[in-house]
Design a protein. Structure first.
Length: 495
């Protein structure tokens, strides 16, 4: 069966998967959605005996229907290899009565590696299939983790360049060092004087700037996106939810047909949307618990039906979730509106002009699989300490938010369903905040001293990704204002 893709705002239809991957964002500013969410065509029993790579093929072939078997298997083999520090790719750690699905064993120690290890291969394959003759310029806004993972994926990939914008004071020290030491002749990093939403809005504006795109095309360039709005990010993320269920079966933690809950620390709504897709494909998932930090715009949305970005942007110790415009929510809105692009486009227009919109009671009914919760920075730190003291399991600040929200959910509902918590980063990526949570004030200590101390305390070896930046030279020093992003891109590309 062949799926095609269409914009959530109605402007583009009948797009193949490879075209959607190549293009990133739809021309009308909408996001690409498949005409339907396919059902798994292999049983969960069978999946239980499959490797991560085999599972990836079974899931991705259903969405990326114009890639050949050989092309897809090739992309998967190149992505999920020894860049990951464990053969399981995503281990499930059982601790404190839940299963922590560790999505941070890739080369940049955050869950973004799960999709960004494969996106460059999907994209270069798509370029070949569609006879694209232009150099692909990946424009990416990052709240800290996407930027590094995307550059690691695209570094020195022929026919591509990558430009990353990150909020200058909105990322952790390790995140910043990871990006500014990035190697690769085709990589470029710019710190913007603004927050993540400014970066993301700026990038979206460039995608919508027809005159600029025409000028670029003349010079032989074509934009694409490595942000989670790209369907090539979303599809690989569905895989690990299928894999997690199959592993729980294989390990006899659950029996066939048992439901599980999933908790996801959420920012741009990409990761949790992938879990929702897994549910639609047939994985027995009961509740999707959406965990926010102090920027609790999604908690408010799921409790009231009103999405309202008009509020103060709070910089927290879980910076990859410091977001007020969760782009991928648009895909859920579109689905809940019965795939009515016009209705969705009207709500998104309201978001653009007023900064808020309200869904109808019928639409709210359709998103009842989601439960919204949030944890403050203090609750997050307390949760990291509690779980570490009780069990010895050490988690990062984003996973801490999810874990704290899970506790609130269990208390509020009494639901005892087995629960998978998406663990989205290594504690080493947020060493300062994690050490403060478990060992008190660390303000006088240097980053790498703290990292060594964390290793002594937790017994977890310092990951390769952190050792790599300990002595690496800084290669990127660019900075710009929010309103000069376009000029910056032109300068980088030499046009
Ligand atoms: C990106 C990120 C998130 C948020 O994921 P979304 O898909 O944007 O919701 C959470 N935790 C970490 C560590 C991240 O890097």
């Amino acid at each position: 069966m062949t799926l095609s893709y269409q914009s959530t705002r109605g402007g583009q239809k009948g797009i193949t998967a490879s075209q959607a991957v190549l293009q990133g964002l739809a021309e009308d500013g909408g996001l690409f959605m498949p005409t339907q969410i396919p059902k798994l065509d292999v049983s969960l029993e069978k999946l239980a005996s499959m490797s991560y790579q085999e599972t990836a093929y079974e899931v991705m072939k259903l969405f990326l229907t114009d890639y050949t078997e050989e092309e897809l298997k090739n992309c998967i083999a190149k992505a999920y290899d020894s860049k990951f520090d464990t053969e399981e790719i995503v281990p499930l750690a059982k601790a404190d009565g839940a299963y922590y699905l560790e999505l941070f064993h890739g080369s940049t120690i955050a869950f973004k590696d799960m999709a960004l290890s494969i996106l460059p291969h999907l994209m270069t394959t798509a370029a070949k299939k569609n006879h694209a003759d232009k150099e692909i310029v990946i424009l990416t806004a990052t709240s800290g983790d996407t930027g590094k993972a995307a550059m690691a994926g695209f570094a020195d990939v022929p026919g591509t360049r990558i430009i990353v914008f990150y909020p200058k004071d909105g990322v952790s020290r390790v995140q910043e060092l990871q990006m500014r030491t990035q190697k690769g002749e085709n990589t470029c990093v710019v710190a913007i004087h603004g927050n993540f939403d400014d970066a993301q809005t700026g990038v979206k504006k460039l995608f919508g700037d027809e005159a600029f795109k025409a000028e670029l095309a003349e010079k032989g360039f074509q934009f694409s996106s490595a942000n989670s709005i790209n369907i090539g990010r979303l599809v690989p993320q569905v895989v690990y939810y299928v894999y997690a269920y199959a592993k729980l079966l294989d390990n006899q933690e659950i029996t066939m047909g048992d439901q599980i809950n999933v908790v996801v620390p959420t920012g741009n709504f990409g990761n949790i949307l992938a879990a929702y897709f897994a549910k639609q494909m047939g994985v027995p998932i009961k509740k999707l618990i959406c965990a926010s930090n102090d920027n609790k715009v999604l908690y408010d949305f799921f409790t009231t039906g009103t999405y309202d970005r008009n509020r103060e942007f709070i910089l927290t110790n879980s910076p990859s979730m410091d977001i007020l415009i969760s782009s991928n929510l648009e895909r859920l809105i579109y689905l809940s509106a019965g795939c009515d692009a016009e209705k969705n486009a009207a709500l998104m227009a309201e978001l653009g002009t007023k900064g808020s919109y309200t869904i109808t009671p019928e639409m709210k009914e359709k998103v009842a699989d989601f439960w919204g919760g949030y944890a403050t920075q203090e609750e997050d730190a307390a949760e990291i300490k509690r779980v570490f003291d009780d069990t010895g399991y050490l988690m990062d600040t984003h996973t801490g938010v999810a874990s704290a929200v899970y506790k609130k959910y269990a208390e509020a509902t009494g639901d005892t369903t087995r629960t998978v918590i998406a663990s989205t980063a290594s504690p080493y990526k947020f060493s300062h905040s994690v050490m403060e949570a478990i060992a008190g004030d660390q303000s006088s200590k240097e980053e790498f001293a703290l990292i060594d101390e964390m290793s002594d305390l937790s017994g977890i070896p310092v990951p390769r990704a952190v050792e790599e930046i300990r002595h690496a030279p800084i290669r990127h020093n660019r900075e710009c204002d929010v309103d000069s992003m376009k000029a910056e891109v032109a300068d980088i590309l030499g046009i």
